[in-house]
Design a protein around this ligand. Structure first.
Ligand code: HEM
Length: 404
């Protein structure tokens, strides 16, 4: 327990550190990787370059510090991060390493000595915050290992099948190399893959949502080939997987993780809204609902550029025809002439509230959505304007959580 003076010091210095948050975490990562280059094997180098991880970690530490006397209030956010940490294999003994380098960065950026009462207070607070994470993660490690088909760390899987889903998305069907059972998962969860690119100095880890229903003898992940722009380089890992990972090759995976999951305890209608490759967790939910919950009405809405990069279209059309409880709608923002001629879509342009009203009767539905940030913001705003209950709105951002 922290004493009241330490709590007061922490709370009064949070605004100062928040102000310098990104500068501190940038310095922190520089120090961390200079002192512990082996950690470059687990951190996402692309996120580092784009500064996304800096923002995520800075926010998390300061939000936690604000709630230092009632950390239970931020447990849901801790759990979301802990899922990611568990999936990456973060160990308790790595927390002091992060703590030391974070405190050093604060000292250097703010200009304080190690024995300054502010630094002492932050050292204590970091210890308390780290313990909360370590304890939550300990339970997650146990659960992942002890469940039927579960395992610890990374386990080798074989690419049993590689299927092109569209011009940019390819699915990989992955079976355990040891042929023993594999853990079930909840639709919406993801796996981490560990990739060792020949000639590269460090391994890289990435998360991909599982894109099929659970309880199969394989995991399926569907990966978008990230082609670079002027401001963003090509996705190193997604391009590697597309171009070099072939049937018969091995890929180490950690057990499924994540808290963006389908609530199957409710029986209200479900609306699944996917933008681009945000399709992957949505398809897992769609497949599961259509296989296991034939009485629960499901509306599947998919936004894509046009039919050429519209993955799994035939699958969704088939489900809609075969299953009484499934309806689907496609929205294209740049349909081709052929798309127009064949009327391959239901709406041209972008998703909006008027259109949602026209296809969804019941706002007492459970809404799940995933896609690029602007798409998610539009959908979220539309649902809030409509008055959909907060409890019925579920979404997942790709990449590090921006805030907690
Ligand atoms: C991801 C916070 C400790 C390694 C994250 C994220 C947050 C965060 C907010 C982004 C989560 C997301 O993607 O949704 C924290 C806090 C810590 C802590 C508050 C301490 C109290 C550690 C430690 C390590 C670590 C000890 C291991 C050295 C990572 C890695 C990622 C991550 C590798 C994935 C991000 C990437 O690769 O870009 N953490 N973390 N974290 N964390 Fe931590």
């Amino acid at each position: 327990m922290l004493d009241s003076k330490t709590i007061e010091t922490i709370k009064s210095t949070v605004p100062v550190l928040e102000d310098k948050g990104v500068e501190i975490t940038k310095r922190f990562y520089k120090l961390l990787f200079e002192n512990h280059p082996e950690l470059l094997n687990i951190f996402n180098h692309a996120n580092q370059k784009q500064g996304r991880q800096q923002t995520a970690l800075a926010n998390a530490v300061y939000q936690a510090a604000k709630h230092i006397d009632h950390l239970e209030n931020i447990l849901p956010a801790v759990k979301q991060i802990a899922h990611k940490h568990r999936s990456l294999g973060i160990k308790p003994e790595q927390y002091p390493i992060v703590g030391e380098n974070l405190l050093l960065a604060i000292q250097q950026v703010v200009g304080l000595q190690a024995d300054d009462p502010i630094i002492q207070a932050w050292a204590e607070a970091y210890g308390v915050i780290a313990d909360v994470f370590i304890n939550v993660e300990k339970e997650m490690y146990q659960a992942a290992e002890e469940q039927p088909g579960g395992w610890k760390g990374f386990r080798n899987f074989v690419v049993a099948k590689k299927v092109k889903e569209s011009d940019v998305i390819t699915s990989f069907y992955l079976q355990a190399e040891d042929r023993k059972p594999i853990a079930a998962y909840e639709p919406g969860q993801y796996i981490s893959v560990k990739v060792a690119i020949p000639g590269a100095e460090y391994t890289q880890i990435r998360q991909y949502s599982l894109s099929d229903s659970p309880n199969k003898d394989y995991y399926r992940m569907s990966v978008k080939k990230e082609v670079g722009t002027e401001v963003k380089p090509d996705g190193i890992i997604s391009n590697y997987l597309h171009d070099f990972l072939n049937e018969g090759d091995l890929l180490p995976l950690s057990a499924p993780a994540g808290d963006f999951t389908l609530d199957t305890n409710k029986d209200i209608p479900v609306v699944l809204i996917a933008g681009g490759v945000g399709l992957t967790p949505m398809i897992s939910m769609l497949n599961h609902l259509s296989e296991q919950y034939p009485h629960r009405p499901v509306t599947f809405i998919q936004a894509a550029k046009n039919s050429q990069i519209h993955a799994m279209r035939e699958h969704v059309v088939k489900l809609t025809q075969e299953k009484n409880n499934v309806r689907s709608f496609f929205i294209y923002d740049s349909p081709t002439e052929e798309d127009r001629k064949r009327q391959l879509y239901d709406k041209e342009g972008h998703i909006d509230l008027d259109w949602l009203h026209s296809v969804i009767e019941d706002k007492e539905s459970d809404f799940y959505f995933c896609g690029p940030v602007p798409f998610m913001e539009t959908v979220n705003k539309a649902l809030q304007t409509w008055g959909v209950k907060e409890d019925n709105i579920h979404f997942e951002f790709f990449g590090p959580a921006i805030s907690i």
